[in-house]
Design a protein around this ligand. Sequence first.
Ligand SMILES: *[C@@H]1O[C@H](CO)[C@@H](O)[C@H](O)[C@H]1NC(C)=O
Length: 285
Amino acid sequence: MQISAAIIMLLVFLKTTVSPLSSPVPTQKAEAAARCRWRLLLNVGREEGTWMPEDWGASGSRLAIPLLVDFEATRSNLDDEMLVGRNSLLVSPASDATFINESGEQRLQVNPGGWSVEPPKEGKSPAVLRFWLDFGEGGVKRDTTLPAGKVFFTAAGWMDEEIEVGNKARNKLVELLENDILVNLKAAQADYDSSNPIAKIAKLSNLVGLSTARDNAVGRIRSIDASLPKRGDVMKPGKFPFIDSRFRIAGGGLCVKRPGKMMGSEYHILGTWSCTPVEVEDEEQ
Ligand SMILES: *[C@@H]1O[C@H](CO)[C@@H](O)[C@H](O)[C@H]1NC(C)=O
């Protein structure tokens, strides 16, 4: 478990982050999207593979913490965080964070952080939204705590066009595989099996070629699947500054940064989170 968590974190580091600020200068239309409001729901508690202390959240109790945030089109001017990348944009809380424990409803004050989006790699991996918020105070519910300080959020995201293009490419490959490659492979296999040993030699390369084509098609379908939302992911699309199209954000991971045992930093899994867009413009009109 620990090894798989370490590998995931390493992959997160190896990705380079591109700041959305490298996009063209905002036009008047983009000005309207200078801030985009989303409702976050943090689900803090023990997850398999976490490096949090063994007694942390051991009872399975969880903190459900809703809050509103605005993803803004201005630089955060906060210290860079390696996980989010350089020149992060500002993400500001638009409400307190709340949660309920045995003493009733609790309010937590939250400070702004930085956000960025890493673009998708077509047919390979989706875009990744990363940001942090700084919790001025922590929260307690039995043996599960939200520590005070920075909490990091990561999640995959998709634009509708991307999902459409991916599904089209996938359908084409499935059709090629089922109606062409597999049919020919079956015929070639039968032909090979019924041939005499001398004729088999001549027919082998055709058989090998077709099974290679089958493996390639299956591999490409798998990598498209890895780049698309999982079946059953239901996500309401919403806007982000600088991103022209509406964006669907999958449920993602929460973590905290801790000093590494040897050097550098480690990220410890703190739970999961999800989000839905809030139409601010509607409210203000
Ligand atoms: C409820 O949360 C508050 C704020 O984190 C904390 O001070 C209090 O001790 C908690 N109550 C219980 C019963 O855990």
